[in-house]
Design a protein. Structure first.
Length: 604
């Protein structure tokens, strides 16, 4: 194995070039093996107790990296050549072998031409496996092989050639693999048809390229193979999880639950086991703590009895931490989580913006990103863990990076938000996306429930990111969102965090924190709403209720609401301008802001 010097940003080692992804490096097509291949001496541990508790037993480690010249003992990532089959760009000869020249590996053909990776690979439709297409076997199958005995018994293993026939057009039919031993040839058009590899007798090897071919414990994979282009985006669907490193705070519901359990009469409810006395006593306790009697009875029955014993959901803990910070105007803690609380009432602005009850200037925040694993070809395919090493009894190693940054946090008024989302027209509009999400198996586990508040706050976050890219000094792709918008938790959440975090150049330049000051943030938010009020694709966009991937957007397109997919929690899904600005048949959450601004501007 020989080291190839190449620089990647640290964040790229998580996604898009993490474990299992194909990376093009200096004419080579390489794939990073799982973390069991890492030299842990050079992979420093990243500490984030919140994430480890969420993932279960395991260790977070930063990918081995280097800076400058590469030596024998320099920390670096391992890569596996994939696909192994290459063709010579000069003579077209196909080969899997690599020779040596002056003691070093040489990526050139015997004729002197450069060896180029083959353009197509085979991916398992549901098992997330990937493998080389056995080109010799493939070119000697098909209709001609069935009719010609000489083709079936050909043994010219080194006589395959890849070429393009210009007279056949520009499609896949012009790309031909030919055997110079028997003369048989096939075009790539026969490779990509449904079930074509299966008809040729090519089966899934049930492994990743870096895994040994003859493992005894490997189970056969029943799923069919599909021929796909080597660089197709669906070849690698990373599943990552991130958490803000904050002092873990307990949501208010957890604290109330603890007080209820500690009440002197709580044991009587449990002893009565749902009898008439239990209901009476539950009413007393409920009145004392300002909760519903049903909540006390549910707690006594065991529902949610472990809610404060298991790690709180990541966003619940973050939400509680933000709420604790907001009342403090100046945060002098000096931790990795520093938030100054501000209010929009500090300056003159539209009264309709009073729905935003608090602004947090996040001066410093630490984020830890972890790669859990990946899928291939289909979002419903099996998840391949980032550590699939041979010893299943050891703690798995997850690739992780820590990043520092800054941001702006917005808290919305819960009562006004609840009143708005209870409107029948608002519920009907959000119901369109709810039904579509329910009809997609992969979406049920990977996308938030599109409640009205989530769609509205998510869209507002996108509008702000687009505007902040002009005002903050950060590129749009450097900004991230985190949406706190749910009614199905014990503590309802209603907020937005827009932040930037990076391990190198960008991270704490002050551009976002500066814009969190109320006198600067109000004009910025108004400008973002004005930008969205006129989309270059209107009236098509504003009247639409089926846009985006899997039709999971309503009135939202690249002209008004979409941002870089790396900036969005849901890859640019679950967006709708009408639930923010209003429409013909629905009232928007902020639909009165622009009207108030324009009315004030028209007055002498």
């Amino acid at each position: 194995m020989e080291k190839i010097m190449h620089d990647l940003r640290l964040s790229e080692t998580i996604t898009p070039f993490g474990v299992g992804a194909i990376t093009d490096i200096r004419g080579e097509s390489l794939m990073a093996p799982d973390t069991s291949w890492w030299d842990t001496r050079f992979a420093q541990e990243v500490v984030c107790e919140r994430l480890i508790a969420r993932l279960g037993a395991g260790v977070l480690r930063q990918p081995p990296t280097h800076s400058g010249r590469v030596g024998k003992d320099t920390a670096s990532l391992l890569y596996w050549r994939f696909p192994a089959w290459r063709f010579c760009e000069r003579c077209g000869k196909l080969s899997k072998l690599t020779g040596r020249k002056k003691g070093k590996w040489d990526n050139h053909c015997e004729c002197g031409g450069l060896l180029v990776p083959m353009r197509f690979v085979a991916i398992c439709a549901k098992g997330s496996h990937i493998q080389d297409i056995p080109w010799f076997q493939w070119v000697h199958r098909g209709r001609e092989a069935e009719l010609n005995e000489a083709i079936r018994v050909c043994r010219a293993y080194t006589e395959l050639r890849f070429r393009k026939i210009a007279s056949h057009g520009e499609g896949l039919g012009s790309l031909i693999v030919t055997c110079h031993g028997c003369g048989n040839s096939r075009s790539f058009a026969e490779l990509v048809g449904k079930g074509s590899l299966g008809r040729d007798g090519i089966r899934c090897s049930s492994r990743q390229p870096w895994e040994p071919e003859n493992a005894v414990d490997r189970k056969p994979c029943p799923h069919p193979l599909v021929g796909v282009q080597r660089g197709a985006t669906g070849n690698y669907i990373a599943e990552r999880i991130s958490a803000l490193d904050i002092p873990e705070e307990r949501p208010q519901s957890a604290e109330v639950a603890e007080k209820i359990r500690g009440h002197v009469y709580f044991a009587k409810i449990i002893a009565d086991n749902g009898g008439p006395q239990a209901e009476i006593v539950a009413g007393w306790i409920a009145e004392e703590f300002g909760v519903a009697p049903e909540a006390v009875l549910a707690l006594a029955a065991g529902e949610g009895s472990t809610a404060d014993e298991i790690l709180l959901d990541l966003k619940d803990g973050e939400w509680a931490a933000f709420l604790k910070k907001l009342p403090n105007r100046r945060d002098t803690s000096g931790e990795d989580f520093v938030v100054d609380g501000r209010s929009l009432r500090e300056t003159d602005g539209p009264r309709t913006l009073d729905i935003i009850t608090g602004v947090g200037q996040v001066r410093r925040v630490r984020e830890v990103r972890v790669l859990r694993g990946f899928r291939r070809y289909d979002a419903d395919a099996a998840l391949i863990r980032a550590d699939i090493g041979p010893n299943e009894h050891r703690y798995p190693t997850y690739p992780a990076i820590e990043m520092f940054g800054e941001g702006i946090f917005l808290r919305f008024d819960e009562q006004r938000l609840s009143d708005w989302e209870s409107l029948p027209d608002v519920q009907a509009r959000a119901g369109i996306l709810k039904r579509r999400r329910a009809g997609l198996e992969w979406a049920k586990n990977r996308l938030d429930v599109p409640e009205p508040r989530y769609i509205a706050l998510h869209t507002i976050a996108h509008l702000l990111i687009r505007r902040l890219a002009f005002e903050s000094g950060y590129a749009s792709a450097a900004l991230q969102e985190r949406i706190y918008a749910s009614t199905d938790r014990a503590d309802k959440t209603a907020g937005i965090l827009i932040y930037t975090a990076a391990g190198d150049a960008q991270g704490t330049l002050g551009g976002l924190v500066r814009l969190g000051e109320p006198e600067k943030f109000i004009p910025l938010l108004v400008s973002a709403l004005e930008d969205a009020d006129f989309c270059s694709n209107d009236p098509v966009c504003i009247e639409s209720d089926s846009q985006g991937s899997s039709q999971l957007n309503l009135s939202a397109c690249h002209g008004c609401s979409l941002v870089s997919e790396t900036s969005c929690e849901t890859a640019n899904r679950l967006l709708d301008r009408q639930l923010v600005l209003g429409g013909m048949e629905v009232r928007g959450l902020l639909d009165g802001v622009l009207a108030e601004i324009r009315t004030a501007a028209a007055q002498p």
